[in-house]
Design a protein around this ligand. Sequence first.
Ligand code: PAF
Length: 285
Amino acid sequence: MRTISTVADIREVINTEKQNGKTVGFVATMGNLHAGHISLVTQMREQADIVITSIFINPLQFSPTEDFDSYPKTLDRDLEKLQTAGNDFVFTPSLKEIYPDQKSSKTLVNVAALDGILCGKSRPEHLTGVATIVAKLFNIITPDYAIFGLKDYQQYMVIKQMAADLCMPVKVIGAPIIRAENGLALSSRNGYLSTAELEVAPRLNQVLNYVKQTIIDGETDFREIEKQTLMIINESGFKADYFEIRTQENLKVATNTDHKLAIFVAAYLGKTRLIDNVRFELDAK
Ligand code: PAF
């Protein structure tokens, strides 16, 4: 496995691989890798001839009050895990290499149709920051395939839409959420949770599954379910940000005539913001 830090060098390596007829699979990360990230590398291994993982903490997707400066940096351990997973190249650019203007970019990519809702509502610059860095990384890496975890389902949708709308020749793949045995979706931010908070955190997934089952069992007043569930989440020790039932295909507010549903939750546990979702299909009636 090789670690490369400049755009010029990674381009050279990729050109050589492509000239040799190899397909390129890409995993974008901000480091502090856990089993969820490693599952992305493993899946890419099956799909593409070479796998490139980027580690770059993207300032553009953090608001000034968020954890950009304290975001966990564990490069040595990350590299070991990537090596074990059979990753080929790691791209670890500096901030200056990606944003010559440091923490800003004169060009921003905004997938307007999927922003302003869910995480885009409470984190107004976040998805533009994500789309902008992923567009840049796609232009640098020119992957044939890129894979993103479905825990960040809205992020996955934004990236898929961006790639389609901007005619980027990459197949964007969504990968299943990896969970701890107690149901908690793996996230780098789980490392912020205290022992007591770690006991409470799996409740989010339990609530999602409970609501999913009530809908499967025939509950149809989605707005009432959302209202009641927000209260349950707050009573369980979280500070809820949102709990919403939407359509899987375009993230529209779902009603009981929709079949492909997704339930999204975001909630603070202490200072840590957790997100999760479940997606399911109702049988056509
Ligand atoms: O999901 C993440 O870790 C980040 O949002 C991503 C896709 C690497 C962009 O910085």
